[in-house]
Design a protein around this ligand. Sequence first.
Ligand code: ZN
Length: 250
Amino acid sequence: MSFKPLHDELDKWSESGRNAELWWRDDDAQKPGPMLQRLLDISEQHAAPLALASIPDGVQADLAECLLDRDLVCILQHGFSHRNYAPETERKMELGWHRPDEQIYAQIVSGLKNLRDLFAEQFVPVMVPPWNRIDPRVVEGLKVAGLNGLSTLGPRTDEFPLVGLKQVNVHVDIINWKQGRCFAGEDACVEQIIRHLSAKRAGRADVGEPTGIMSHHLVHDAGCWAFLDALFRVLQGRPEVRVLSAKEIF
Ligand SMILES: [Zn+2]
């Protein structure tokens, strides 16, 4: 396999004189470690801005220290504790309507404060709901809780689900969760990227939404690492591509 189909798609953007915008979100960061280091290395090698969705409950201060001089890194809020409150018959969800709303929002507010205190200017107040799921009723309170962005999975339907709350999702999952949490494969990942890019180009998806790559550094196998390295090398070499930071987006 090669990245040829991606090059072909990007050629079409280039021919029409448009920039293809992408971004990169990695989930579940709580502490430094060799896997996080590897992720940061890829980001730096290819000058790719990285939005780390961090779980506020139990996030360690040494994560902030490790990211201190990393100008390419922003922190987003990944729920509060990444606990599932849905019954066994439903899909996992922390930010569903399974608890009193006071409890849900108190945790969101406390998590936001925790991340802002730790990461200061690197923190961007964007909610990344665990498992990419959030009840629409919980979304309604996010702005009041202090957030101005939301990021889930799949093409967005609204740029602003609420006044003052911007949504920019991810569209590419590099992991196959159902078959042993392994790399989804180069062809499948490239295909996911092209699907969103071409939908935007054809007006079937919101062209203003950057195409989001989602990774999960803690479970990456060799295939995931090799793909991210190769992908951001390709993107860095394409003049019509802009990989945006969370600060530019939200
Ligand atoms: Zn997560």
